[in-house]
Design a protein around this ligand. Structure first.
Ligand SMILES: NC(=O)c1ccc[n+]([C@@H]2O[C@H](COP(=O)([O-])OP(=O)(O)OC[C@H]3O[C@@H](n4cnc5c(N)ncnc54)[C@H](OP(=O)(O)O)[C@@H]3O)[C@@H](O)[C@H]2O)c1
Length: 333
């Protein structure tokens, strides 16, 4: 395969981002020691930002979006990876500074690859994808902080989205009582089926946050940032921990120091892009062993590469529910 299908992002003279499905050739591949035939990718919020140009996540032009890949090794100068190996790649700047996975072919560094557990299909691996790595990292931080489900319930904001749905499912699986926050009441039943004990609207999180509010939760996974995260930290119990994952409502954080110095609350950030390779191997093994496949399937849609640009435009406006997997090549297990 010397030429192959890919989504390409470019900028016009005024800096406006354009996206199109096109064909690239091997000469377009970037430097790297492992060449991959991509089986599946996903639509992440970051891909939405890249396709719309809403935030400057792309730092190399032209760019192929797609921060997640499940792929087969088709050439390798790296002793660790052989022809036919099945791998997962999430983050590491792919889709931002390095051509991404909305492409039938990509060339990358062998350092970025994790082995795909044999029990996960390419679609399941991408349904988990960056969202699975992010939530697994957040769970690890809660554990490192000594928090367990016995400390009280956990709240998940942006719950109907990809990472939010993943957080609801994986936290419930670990025994947490989960309050899911969503602006889409029509998603409540699906969130309950994923394991949410309670589903509430966004009303509690509207407007400016008080310095301290009623103590409600022991922990939080926040996908939204801005005033929503400010409300969340003001409602944590003493010693509570908020895991800051996302910025769906904005990058700002209009809070006060009160929750931190008067309730000993901690705010911990997760950056899934730079999780170490060793830790990723452990995360993928754990996810493969513990994930509930039926629930994962229930929160996942699969679309062809031809629909990826449209899905990316919708995700930044909160118009996508759960995880969206992009079938790029052969997605059979
Ligand atoms: N830290 C990391 O490593 C990491 C990794 C992956 C993603 N992220 C970030 O996590 C966030 C979620 O990503 P995703 O892929 O899950 O995106 P997504 O599927 O679009 O989910 C975002 C959700 O946030 C809620 N939301 C959107 N706009 C809002 C607003 N103005 N006010 C309140 N809630 C709002 C919506 O949930 P409801 O419809 O349920 O209200 C939406 O579904 C993004 O900011 C992304 O960049 C971070």
């Amino acid at each position: 395969m010397t030429d192959f299908a890919a989504v390409l992002l470019d900028r016009d003279g005024e800096g406006k981002t354009g996206a199109r499905l096109t064909r690239l050739s091997d000469a377009d591949l970037m430097a790297g020691d492992v060449t991959l035939a991509v089986r599946a990718s996903a639509v992440n919020f970051k891909d939405g930002l890249a396709v719309t140009g809403r935030l400057p996540v792309v730092r190399r032009w032209p760019m192929v979006p797609g921060v997640d890949a499940a792929a087969t090794v088709i050439a390798s100068d790296d002793q660790r990876w052989r022809l036919g190996d099945e791998v997962i790649l999430t983050g590491w700047g792919v889709g931002e500074t390095h051509l991404g996975a909305w492409s039938e072919k990509m060339r990358v560094s062998g350092d970025w690859l994790a082995r795909r557990p044999a029990t996960l299909s390419p679609v399941e691996a991408m349904a988990l994808g960056t969202a699975g790595v992010t939530v697994a990292e957040g769970l690890e931080r809660l554990g490192r902080h000594g928090l367990t489900p016995a400390d009280g319930p956990v709240v998940v904001t942006g719950a109907a989205g990809g990472v939010g749905s993943m957080a609801v499912m994986l936290l419930a699986r670990e025994g947490w009582s989960v309050t899911a926050v969503t602006g889409r009441p029509e998603e409540a039943e699906r969130l309950r089926r994923l394991g949410a004990a309670e589903v509430i609207g966004r009303e509690l999180f509207a407007g400016p946050a008080k310095m301290l509010d009623r103590e409600r939760w022991a922990a939080a996974f926040d996908m939204v940032g801005s005033t929503v995260l400010a409300h969340v930290v003001s409602m944590l119990k003493p010693g509570g921990v908020a895991i800051a994952c996302g910025n769906a409502a904005g990058m700002d954080f209009p809070s006060s120091v009160a929750p931190f110095i008067l309730r000993g609350v901690s705010l911990i950030g997760v950056d899934s892009v730079r999780v170490s390779a060793t830790r990723r191997e452990a995360i993928w093994r754990h996810l493969a062993e513990t994930v509930d496949r039926d629930r994962l399937a229930a929160m996942t849609s699969v679309i062809p590469l031809t629909d990826a640009i449209d899905a990316a435009r919708r995700i930044v406006d909160g118009g996508v529910a759960g995880r969206t997997v992009v079938a790029v090549g052969d997605v059979r297990a």
